[in-house]
Design a protein around this ligand. Structure first.
Ligand code: LAG
Ligand code: CA
Length: 487
């Protein structure tokens, strides 16, 4: 389940966090034109409606049933989105929450099903008390995970009060796989497995073994769903990401922290240290890793002194340019909505705030309106998605650094990037490995070949590569301190 299927020449995933199905459906034409492979969508199942605090984003991580009316829209809108995007060759991965159901308390979910978390009763599935881990499985008195050094607690106790499913039983697996098969039959191509660390690897693989092949209307016959398992592994706990690599890809959280620290120059880190970036930094094998600069959790509750987000736009563009130009892991781009932070004692007390809208319903997406950030559409990022596609499969080459925070590297004749993360202009001749010709800087220009186009007067224009691959490249410091060229 670790291989993914993209239209040829595409590779990158975008997380359209909290977007409505109808908005994703319209976005798919833009994504197809700009070479994105797939969209990760918010959990599509029926979820709890939380009113205190009012309609937080995280209400969608509390499943009530596997029926499909959610804050993002109806079942019909979901199916229309999948079909329209698939027809354009942009595939849909869903955020798959099957470790648990809701927290305590009772109520009615987003599709009208009742639930009682205290009684562990979810008639919309149906799940009852025997489908959940209890004192026999979970050794703590509180029923909560208390010690991340104990793998049994991590898998069998509750994560922040969320009713923990007994994923080893045939019945639970049939319900969760049944949900996933419904989506696969509609054309869904992959799953971000939420809270995978809290599920036994054997239960995950047994559940995935029950999945249908992808829908043959859009995918080659015999194609399996793609899975990337969310395992937060900083290297200090009992459960490690490598326990899951045999099943599918695994999130590599150190990627965003490490690149964030380098670009911010934390702890004496320097861009030049990136010359062996990836496995050389103690991270997962690149073919097992699923990577991102930030995600919906780390941009809120992560180490905000390390993680970069849209709020540090210049450093964020550098970080994304590096991860897209380099060759490590399967890359996901975050696409966020804005919220006003309230940082007290290093913690954001507003991290719960849900998407733009009112009364629990979400506004229509208008990119760059101040509410919807649309990082995936930033020219510096989307043009680097194209660079990434053009360089796919071509090894890193032509490394250069100054021992400090200036680096340059190529991709075996397909692309070349220079990053100047220092004060003052960088200007010199580089050995690019590119074929002779005229190139445009895709960080600041619209096109990779002349005419370079002008994005609001910022375009740095043409660069000449001579017959021996040499080019004189000048990279200013400050905003967008990078030049990227590709064939
Ligand atoms: C994940 N990965 O393993 C998600 O990426 C993460 O966003 C989810 O937590 C978590 N697992 C469970 O799916 C989020 C929020 C939590 C929230 C939880 C359930 O980060 O804060 O918990 O979703 O909605 C909330 C309250 C808790 C409360 C719990 C149950 O914050 O205080 O105990 O709900 O009522
Ligand atoms: Ca569990």
């Amino acid at each position: 389940f670790g291989t993914y299927y993209c239209q040829s020449g595409r590779d990158v995933v975008v997380h359209l966090f909290e977007w409505k199905w109808a908005d994703i459906q319209s976005e798919c034409s833009w994504l197809a034109e700009h070479g994105y492979c797939a969209v990760q969508v918010s959990p599509p199942m029926e979820h709890r409606i939380v009113t205190d605090p009012p309609y937080p984003w995280w209400q969608r991580y509390q499943p009530v049933s596997y029926s499909m009316n959610s804050r993002s829209g109806s079942e019909q809108q979901f199916r229309d989105m999948v079909e329209a995007c698939n027809d354009l060759g942009v595939y849909i991965y869903i955020d798959d929450v099957i470790n648990h159901m809701t927290g305590g308390g009772a109520g009615v979910g987003s599709d009208g099903s009742s639930f009682d978390g205290d009684a562990r009763d979810y008639p919309g599935v149906p799940f009852g008390p025997f489908d959940f881990n209890g004192p026999e499985q979970c050794p703590t008195a509180s029923g909560e995970i208390e010690d991340y050094g104990d793998p049994i607690q991590v898998r069998n106790c509750m994560l922040v009060g969320l009713r923990d499913l007994r994923g080893g039983t045939a019945y639970v697996q049939d319900q969760t796989a049944g949900y996933m098969n419904k989506l696969i039959d509609w054309g869904v191509a992959g799953f971000r497995l939420d809270a995978a660390k809290h599920m036994w690897p054997a239960d995950v693989s047994d559940t995935f073994a029950k999945l249908h092949d992808l829908n043959a209307q859009w995918f080659p016959s015999g194609t399996k769903a793609y899975v990337y398992q969310e395992v937060i592994d900083w290297g200090s706990e009992a459960v490690s990401g490598s326990e899951y690599t045999g099943i599918g890809r695994v999130t590599e959280f150190r990627h965003g922290k490490n690149i964030g620290d380098v670009v911010r120059k934390n702890f004496g880190q320097r861009m030049s240290y990136l010359s062996n970036y990836g496995e050389g930094w103690g991270q997962l094998n690149g073919l097992d890793a699923f990577v991102f600069i930030d995600n919906h959790d780390t941009q809120r509750t992560g180490d905000l002194n390390s993680i970069l987000t849209f709020r540090q736009s210049n450093m964020y563009k550098i970080a994304n340019a590096f991860q897209l130009a380099w060759q490590y892991g399967h890359v996901r781009i975050m696409s966020s909505y804005y919220w006003q932070q309230d940082i007290q004692d290093g913690r954001d007390h507003n991290e719960w705030i849900g998407p733009p809208g009112s009364g629990g319903s979400t506004s229509d997406v208008v990119c760059f309106d101040g509410d919807w950030i649309c990082e995936h559409r930033w020219r510096q990022i989307s043009n680097m998605v194209r660079f990434h596609n053009v360089a796919l499969g071509y090894p890193v080459s032509n490394w250069w650094d100054n021992g400090g925070d200036r680096i340059a590297f190529g991709r075996s004749g397909r692309g070349f990037i220079v990053i100047n993360n220092e004060n003052g202009e960088l200007s010199q001749s580089f050995s690019t490995g590119l074929p002779e010709g005229q190139y445009c800087d895709v960080i600041t220009c619209d096109n990779n070949r002349p005419p370079c186009g002008d994005s609001g007067g910022a375009c740095r224009g043409e660069f000449s590569v001579d017959g021996s691959g040499q080019a004189l490249i000048t990279v200013p410091a400050g905003e967008d301190p990078m030049v990227a060229l590709h064939v």
